[in-house]
Design a protein around this ligand. Sequence first.
Ligand SMILES: [Zn+2]
Length: 241
Amino acid sequence: MHYLAALSFIDSELDELQEEFGDLPDQVHGKLENLERAKAIVDETRGILDEIKNFVATAKVTLVELKEKEEALAKQQFLVRNNKEFDAITKEIDHLKHEHESLSTRMRTEGLKEENINRILLDQIKDQEKAQEEYDDRKAMLDNIASDQNDTVKDYNRKRKTIVLTLDQDYVQEYERIRKFHKDAAVQVRKNSCSGCFSSVPSQKIVELRNNPEKLFLCENCGRILLDEELYFDESLLDNI
Ligand SMILES: [Zn+2]
């Protein structure tokens, strides 16, 4: 019973330490999600910019090629033998000129698009930096609390392990099962009542509880493990573990 009381004490201390974090872990998680979203947006925009740059680079080469073809055809036109050939080449040159023009127009449009997207990207990078700062800030707060608690938590966890190994495994299982419903799974009887749910404990049960310290008694109302009212648990008992 002393061990169960000790286990219950350690768990409530650990729960309390956990509460110091408040909603900070959730906040850190949320900030991390924001950061990842901001990064994905920046990556997407960079991808669009790369596509535009590739298009412009290819288009530049194509424009030179079109111009060269046009010049070659113009030279060829001097050497034609009849009107039919002359007309055919004129038609071809017109076609190349038209292609050159429409590609130039598209390049200008893409150039404007690139400028706009670059501006948008700058804003998106600022958003990402802000998200990074916010995440770093919360994470640092979390890490601070964790490092402050580190030694205490380690010590409690070590003692908890020893106690669990010392206890009857059936008791441990029962304790863990109840802990899923009540964080304070083992509570003392106080003024003939369960101090978990405050319902009264029959005096017969209190007598049995006192006479059978090796047996588990559960509160009939809430199902918590009942500890004898006279069981004296002092934190200093943990020092020896
Ligand atoms: Zn109860």
